[in-house]
Design a protein around this ligand. Structure first.
Ligand code: DP6
Length: 336
């Protein structure tokens, strides 16, 4: 039997209206829909090979072997492979290698890019013939937010209502070309790995935050504003709503028991600078995920001035500028 091998590249994505909490922990079905931008230039490159001669599944991430008996393997790649093998009657073991061109596990959506690339590569290696919707559902089985990185530009993950998750996948709201001068400036305030993974954190939030039900009541109107803001290229509406939505999500994290605090002093330093820049009349907003990094939302014309201000802050280790990027795609460039 011949080996079945393929490689894919997928960009990370950053939510403008966040996903935080599941209605089904196993299938990664969310409590609410979310909207994101696929970020050009922050990507995962993944190669997968299924071969009868392999005696065990293996996974190498950024050059480091992740042992199959660790939670890092079992809860992520292990679960995903178990599902794929069962669903498609695959008997061969898999070898997977993945590389991110940006730091992993630091609130920069590395699992989203990684599983979108893996789902795309698996689809090709095994000849599954999945369309965009099928790929988005497959990527979701690895990590919820990964379903959004299958598509490019501005993307909505429809939460769906069915128990089997067949209606919980991402759709394109607007292509990357629709809003060419939309930017996110990633301000890296710490490259250490986060202590609490999003997965564990959001499950605790749903169970213990007294504000969770209130969050759900406000999400639909945030989604509607951001959807409309994107379609009309109304930067103020998108920025204001995204910033407010991120702060609501972080309030949920902080009011989880025991509380989850992803911020560090650098996070506050950057937020303070964004507020200051805005006070002086320039349109810029911020969003944050499960980590201390701040992503500044702005327009291309203001990037240089904003970066100059942020550069002067002692807590910012690195900045990366990103624009709306393409969805996941197959490449002939194999990692092994
Ligand atoms: C804060 O998609 O990483 O980035 O589905 O358990 O793998 P799992 O969680 P994950 O959570 C992402 C949470 C977030 C917000 C967002 O991207 O919408």
């Amino acid at each position: 039997m011949t080996a079945k091998k393929a490689s894919a590249i997928a960009n990370a994505n950053i939510a403008l209206s966040k996903y935080w909490g599941k209605r089904d922990e196993k299938l990664h079905l969310p409590q609410n829909s979310s909207i994101s931008m696929t970020t050009e230039g922050l990507f995962a490159h993944t190669t997968v090979c299924f071969d009868a001669k392999f005696t065990k599944d293996s996974f190498v991430l950024d050059g480091k072997n992740i042992a199959p008996d660790t939670p890092e393997f079992k809860d992520y790649i292990g679960n995903f492979l178990t599902f794929v093998k069962k669903e498609y009657n695959i008997t061969e073991k898999a070898r997977i290698e993945s590389k991110n061109n940006f730091p992993g596990s630091a609130g920069l959506a590395s699992s989203a890019a990684g599983f979108a690339a893996l789902a795309t590569a698996v689809n090709s290696a095994l000849g599954l013939g999945l369309d965009e919707k099928g790929l988005s559902i497959l990527a979701r089985r690895g990590s919820g937010s990964a379903c959004r990185s299958i598509l490019g530009g501005f993307v909505e993950w429809k939460k769906g209502v069915k128990d089997d998750g067949s209606d919980s996948y991402a759709v394109e709201l607007a292509t990357a070309d629709h809003w060419k001068d939309f930017r996110m400036v990633f301000c890296i305030t710490s490259l250490s790995e986060k202590k609490i993974k999003s997965r564990a954190g959001m499950n605790e939030t749903v169970k213990t935050s007294p504000f969770y039900a209130e969050w759900l009541k406000t999400v639909e109107s945030d989604l509607a504003r951001i959807r409309q803001g994107i379609l009309e290229k109304d930067f103020t509406i998108v920025g204001q709503t995204a910033e407010n939505n991120a702060l609501k999500m972080h309030s949920l994290m902080m009011t989880t028991e025991p509380s989850i605090m992803y911020w560090n002093s650098g996070t506050l330093e950057v937020i303070d600078a964004v507020l200051d820049i805005r006070d002086k009349g320039m349109g810029c907003y911020f969003t944050m995920d499960a980590g201390p990094q701040v992503k500044i939302i702005c327009l291309a014309k203001d990037v240089e001035k904003i970066m100059k201000k942020i550069e002067a802050l002692k807590s910012v280790e690195k900045m990366i500028v990103s624009r709306p990027g393409e969805g996941a795609y197959i490449t002939d460039d194999h990692l092994f």
